[in-house]
Design a protein around this ligand. Structure first.
Ligand code: APR
Length: 225
């Protein structure tokens, strides 16, 4: 089986009603990303940050996968598929994808500020929620300025790609955006985004569409390969 590697970003969940990060004047749900997605923001105003992610978690629990998530999951009938997602939602999993690597953490998990034991978490996190050792619980999210522990496994996955599909990402955030450089030379790359970043690589087939329709275009192209 050929190995399809998918690099997904916020745009794949946009049609499920979850807002992207950079489509609205640099504000994310009305907040400056730096206030709610950095360790400094958390140190300055932990209540704001916890409330912000509590809202995102509630929103996620009411959202549903869209046809792009389902089409990506269905690729597993014919291909080995690994999804590397920058998203903290679980919509790929809920659509049926079985092999999903979360680069930037997961909204439905939490950990304490002091250690990295990851706990399943589907309710609000409040100031005063403590781990067994007495440290505050925080969302299991990789904030700006923090290490990205899953980047090495993601690089290894990319090295074994036969086909790369990039979908719904502005390709602005590293190290995620650099993953495309690890696929073997000559690997066909499809990049689906209604407002794609300019990437100079002759192997990239840019599909300027939303994730839902763009996935149909990719599936058609794959069937004629
Ligand atoms: N279908 C596909 N793509 C879409 C859609 C859609 N319906 N709507 C918007 N997009 C595209 C936008 O054109 C944009 O290129 O989705 C992309 C979203 O880009 P960002 O908001 O920058 O999201 P992403 O690339 O996932 O951000 C990377 O930045 O803030 C951090 O950690 C956060 O994981 C995130 C990372």
């Amino acid at each position: 089986m050929k190995h399809i590697v998918v690099l997904s970003g916020a745009g794949v969940s946009a049609e499920s009603g979850l807002k992207t990060f950079r489509d609205a004047d640099g504000l994310w749900e009305g907040h400056n990303v730096m206030d709610v997605a950095t360790p400094e923001g958390f140190a300055k105003n932990p209540e704001l940050v916890l409330t912000f992610y509590n809202e995102r978690r509630k929103q996620l629990l009411n959202a549903k996968p869209n046809s792009a998530h389902y089409d990506l999951a269905a690729l597993e009938k014919q291909y080995k598929v690994t999804i590397i997602t920058q998203n903290v939602d679980d919509l790929h999993e809920r659509a049926g994808s079985t092999n999903v690597l979360h680069l930037h953490g997961e909204l439905l998990k939490a950990r304490s500020v002091d250690n990295h034991e990851i706990l399943p978490w589907d309710t609000d996190i409040k100031l005063g929620d403590l781990c067994a050792k007495g440290h505050q619980i925080r969302p299991h999210i990789v904030w700006f300025g923090e290490a990205v522990p899953m980047i090495d496994p993601a690089i290894d996955v990319c090295k074994t790609a036969d086909i790369l599909i990039i979908v719904g990402t502005s390709m602005q955030v590293y190290p995620a955006a650099g993953l495309k450089d690890y696929v073997p030379d000559g690997t066909p790359i499809f990049y689906i985004d209604p407002n794609p970043a300019k990437i100079y690589d002759k192997h990239i087939n840019t599909i300027k569409e939303k994730a839902s329709t763009g996935m149909k275009t990719v599936i058609k192209a794959l069937s004629s390969q």
